[in-house]
Design a protein around this ligand. Structure first.
Ligand code: MN
Length: 146
């Protein structure tokens, strides 16, 4: 099979740029490209996400884990109770049922690969009670967008 060529930048031939999610109120400036997906008979999906400067992904948790490889830009990530800086080629593990959120920093978009199970549970967003608990740590309270 012919390789799918990178089409300059962080695009690949014939891979459409998709909206990150349907509900548009819980995130800002995020796009999604499915590089390998279930239509090829795989039990996992490899996606490339890009968050524009000033943007963030949904604050959420779910039973399926994420494994992430940062490819471009810089930013910060909340995983559970911890906030860490990330930069290209960092590896980020999001364990099952752990609150997480990615935020872009700097002038370049934050781009990362994210591997997930093809069959996975739907993300859960925090209830007001969850948010109160999440925000109990002042550092986390200053970080999260929800
Ligand atoms: Mn997630």
């Amino acid at each position: 099979m012919k390789p799918v060529r990178r089409d300059g930048g962080f695009r690949w031939d014939e891979v459409p740029i998709l909206a990150y999610k349907e509900e548009a109120d819980a995130f800002r400036a995020v796009t999604r490209q499915v590089l390998f997906g279930p239509e090829e008979g795989l039990s996992w999906e490899l996606r490339y996400f890009e968050i524009q400067p000033g943007g963030w992904s949904t604050l959420e948790r779910h039973r399926h884990p994420h494994v992430v490889v940062v490819l471009r830009g810089s930013g910060r990530v909340l995983v559970g109770a911890e906030i860490h800086d990330v930069r290209p080629f960092d590896l980020v593990r999001v364990p099952p049922s752990t609150w997480h959120q990615f935020q872009a920093g700097g002038a370049e978009p934050l781009g990362f690969l994210c591997l997930v199970d093809a069959e996975r549970d739907r993300p859960e967003r925090p209830t007001p009670e969850d948010l109160e608990a999440i925000r109990r740590d002042p550092a986390v309270a200053g970080f999260v967008r929800a």
